[in-house]
Design a protein around this ligand. Structure first.
Ligand code: ZN
Ligand code: ZN
Length: 444
């Protein structure tokens, strides 16, 4: 064949792939959308995803998958074996957040649940994990219907408790890679409003941040609000501590290094005329580099203890790191390799290159088991609203906002098309070729 004929056929094949990928998604879309609406209206908190897991497991079983439930609490593993070839994993999260939905959508959540501390909280899929589950179901159905386009083993994971950074570890402890085939590559995606629906973004290398959750308890001495002389006021110590913690990023760490230190909650006191005997602060800490992470955690410890000492507190505060995860590292060669199938499926203009983001994720635990990973950003914003916000110099509500409302139809369509494109490509490679992608997570 001549070179120009080859090129002509290739371009024709790409155009066909693009049209056919959208068309074939239409065939499975009604099931995906129905699951999305149901899940969005009935979210469940981290570690309590029993109905969610059951709904997804039932549908995957109906699509022909061999499904095992309760792998690490509510986790699910669904396998579809299709001859010899590599094992490729696709992961979705199952959990929602303690957020009261204010989107006004007809299918908005009105769910209330008790959280692990026994408080009544409103629950919402404010992180878009319902989009991920719907996409995974559409992908599962499409892959099952087109077994002639790939070979090997497709492994779908429904992971609980991502928001509390505990579900991936629980699944690993429960044997996700020992009771089931260990994948040669793992992929996942996350929807967000930073990109219009219909588009995806590839971030080679560092994808997101190291995350650490820190709980600080400051011990004072309680008493009458009108008699401060007989007390050591933990609220005043907390206030000073909060402000001093802001100097870590601004004064201690080298300018240009990525550091976030956020105090996300303050709990102290019951009544205006009582000085309480303790105050609790909840922090989230984000970094890119292992040495910066160490420096910031040490500074939090030092500042907290010094502020309490400065106020004459007789008991040292407790500084407890209670959750944490390492950053997700997209193997750069694997990320670049997947660009071609994504462009062929979604159109070249719809695949862009992103830069690292600050939210975190426990997908890194799977990669740290020696599985090369790729994590894709999926556009979720209504394209018109996205443009209007950009023109006005503002931003659409982010994940975790009570107003987070992805443009579900194009986002889920694109999610399915992107997942199918990546999975088919990887499942047509040999395990030996896939093993050249290292699973190394740098600097942690
Ligand atoms: Zn989230
Ligand atoms: Zn999320």
């Amino acid at each position: 064949m001549t070179r120009s004929l080859c090129l002509f056929l290739l371009l024709g094949a790409l155009a066909y792939a693009q049209n056919s990928s959208l068309k074939e998604v239409d065939n499975v879309y009604p099931d995906a959308k129905a699951l999305y609406l149901d899940l969005h209206e009935h979210p469940e908190l981290s570690g309590h995803e029993t109905q969610t897991a059951e709904k997804l497991a039932t549908r995957l079983r109906a699509a022909g998958y061999e499904v095992t439930e309760q792998v690490g609490n509510t986790g699910i593993v669904a396998l579809l074996k299709n001859g010899t070839g590599p094992t490729i994993m696709l992961r979705t999260e199952l959990d929602a957040l303690p957020v009261e939905e204010k989107t006004g959508l007809p299918y908005a959540s009105k769910v209330q649940m008790k959280d692990d501390a026994g408080h009544d909280v409103a629950v919402m899929h404010a992180c878009g994990h319902d989009v991920h589950m719907a996409s995974l179901l559409g992908t599962a159905e499409l892959m099952a219907r087109t077994k002639n386009t790939w070979h090997g083993t497709l492994m779908l994971i429904g992971q609980p408790a991502e928001e509390t950074i505990s579900g991936a570890r629980a699944m690993i402890t429960a044997g996700v890679f020992t009771r089931f085939p260990k994948p040669d590559v793992a992929v996942a995606l996350h929807v967000g409003n930073e990109l219009p629906a219909g588009m995806v973004s590839i971030t080679p290398g560092i994808y997101n941040t190291n995350s650490d959750s820190v709980r600080i308890t400051i011990y004072g001495k309680g008493g009458h609000g009108a008699m401060p002389q007989s007390t050591i006021d933990p609220i005043v110590i907390a206030a000073r501590t909060i402000l001093s913690l802001q100097t870590i990023a601004s004064r201690e760490v080298k300018p240009g290094e990525m550091v976030v230190v956020t105090v996300g909650y303050v709990r102290a006191g019951t009544k205006n005329n009582i000085i309480p005997d303790q105050a609790e602060l909840g922090l989230t800490v984000r970094t890119f580099k292992a040495d910066v992470r160490k420096q910031v955690l040490a500074a939090i410890n030092r500042i907290t203890k010094a502020e309490a000492a400065a106020a004459g507190a007789t008991r040292e505060p407790s500084v407890e790191r209670y959750e944490g995860t390492d950053l997700v590292y997209n193997n750069p060669e694997l990320a670049e390799h997947l660009r071609a199938p994504l462009e062929a499926s979604l159109g070249k203009a719809n695949v862009v290159t992103g830069s690292p983001i600050t939210p975190s994720e426990d997908f890194s635990y799977f990669i740290e088991q020696g599985v090369p990973g790729f994590y894709l950003s999926l556009g979720g914003a209504d394209p018109k609203k996205f443009e209007e916000a950009r023109a006005a110099g503002s931003r659409l509500p982010s994940n975790h906002s009570p107003l987070f409302a992805p443009d579900a139809d194009p986002a889920i369509h694109t999610g399915i098309a992107a997942e199918v494109a990546m999975l088919r490509n990887l499942l047509n490679m040999s395990a030996a070729d896939l093993h050249k992608y290292s699973a190394r997570q740098p600097g942690n």
